[in-house]
Design a binder for this molecule. Structure first.
Ligand SMILES: NC(=O)C1=CN([C@@H]2O[C@H](COP(=O)(O)OP(=O)(O)OC[C@H]3O[C@@H](n4cnc5c(N)ncnc54)[C@H](O)[C@@H]3O)[C@@H](O)[C@H]2O)C=CC1
Ligand SMILES: O=C(CO)COP(=O)(O)O
Length: 340
């Protein structure tokens, strides 16, 4: 350990708990902010968070608190681990409590409704004089908490922040890469959720491996096309935050977005499925925002258009697949950044 940090994690769901546990394991002071006093009690007394990470014993040094001011008092690093719909609200609450120069890292993989802003932009607007970073990669909370080997990307304009977060999280099972493409890393994390819904749907239909492979590859092409149009670095999409996260979310039933897609593929109702999940599946909201953006900016996004058609316009999956295969017939040259 290269110096002890005091760290606050805002949001005691699956991912916040997994990250907090890694940091506690490494011997830092870490406090998890959770609204529910019973869950706070469970973390502090039983060292578990059974609602989100059942069967995972948490480090006894990991503390939880429902008081935000007490949670962040004296912290030099804060992780934001709430869903995108709550990020601005939580940022507003915490803003007056943070010291100048605090390092704030968003782990949220979503886009704000109404503004189409990413979380680093929301934090920059709300938090004043702090350093901001974003973290994204193939990081299913349950696997991370079970110490399955993986990696992630921490991106920030501040090298002090990226190296601090590398020291904080790096371990035998978690490799942390630094990057400078804040926008691309964050956007990749939000976009892949939409394609995980498509992949889950395809899995429910029992499609072949060729089909899954085509779907994931064309998803990467589509999300890269959108991101590059918006100013991201295409190489980001070939890394852990891009194809790495896309691959895991499109193939694992541990992904909540994949599970939503799987249930839709079984013919179930979206609202019922989302309610039953009890955790956030950011892709549902991101799909709506992306479809609006694709229309407005005239970006070719056939998978987004098709999923939107199925979920919100009552189109059938076979109708959509037929249309997509025909549209691509005979005139497609494979190059990811092309408009067609
Ligand atoms: N679970 C995963 O495998 C990963 C999730 N993420 C991202 O992290 C973000 C959070 O996801 P999860 O922890 O998985 O979600 P979750 O649904 O498991 O937990 C979210 C937590 O935030 C809390 N929360 C919601 N609104 C709040 C508010 N206004 N104030 C205080 N707390 C609030 C909830 O009570 C809950 O404890 C999402 O954007 C997700 O995409 C990122 C990497 C992996
Ligand atoms: O982002 C994730 C893994 O990297 C988790 O995906 P879900 O939100 O679909 O569970």
């Amino acid at each position: 350990m290269t110096g002890k940090h005091r760290v606050a994690i805002l949001g005691g769901g699956s991912f916040g708990t997994a990250i907090a546990n890694i940091i506690a394991d490494k011997g830092h002071d870490v406090c998890l902010w959770m609204r529910n006093p019973e869950r706070v009690e469970e973390v502090n007394q039983q060292h578990t968070n059974s609602a989100y990470l059942p069967d995972i014993p948490l480090h006894p040094g990991l503390k939880a608190n429902s008081d935000l001011a007490q949670t962040v008092a004296g912290c030099d690093v804060v992780f934001m681990a709430v869903p995108s719909k709550s990020s601005r609200d939580v940022a507003r609450q915490v803003a007056p409590l943070l010291a100048e120069g605090t390092m704030v890292v968003s782990t949220t993989k979503g886009i704000e409704s109404g503004t189409n802003k990413l979380m680093s932009e929301v934090l920059a607007e709300e938090l004043g004089d702090v350093l901001i970073g974003v973290m994204s990669g193939p990081n299913l909370a349950k696997e991370l908490a079970a110490k399955e080997i993986t990696g992630t990307v921490i991106a920030s304009k501040s090298e002090a922040l990226t190296s601090c977060i590398q020291d904080l999280l790096q371990s035998a099972y978690f490799r942390v890469y630094a990057g400078g493409d804040v926008y691309g890393v964050e956007l990749a994390g939000a976009l892949k959720n939409v394609y995980a819904i498509v992949a889950g749907m395809a899995a429910a239909l029992g499609v072949g491996h060729n089909t899954i492979s085509m779907l994931v590859t064309r998803s990467l092409a589509e999300m890269s096309r959108y991101a590059v149009h918006q100013g991201a670095d295409p190489l980001t999409f070939l890394g852990l935050a891009g194809v790495g996260d896309l691959f895991v979310t499109c193939t694992s039933p541990l992904s909540r977005n994949y599970r939503v897609g799987f249930a839709l593929g079984q013919g179930r109702d979206l609202n019922e499925v989302v309610a039953e999940l009890g955790q956030v599946a950011e892709g549902v909201n991101t799909l709506r925002l992306l479809k609006e953006q694709a229309d407005e900016l005239d970006i070719y996004m056939p998978l987004v258009q098709s999923l939107y058609g199925i979920i919100y316009e009552g189109k059938t999956l076979s109708e959509v697949i037929g249309g997509m295969m025909w549209a691509e017939q005979n005139r497609d040259v494979e190059f990811t950044m092309r408009q067609d």
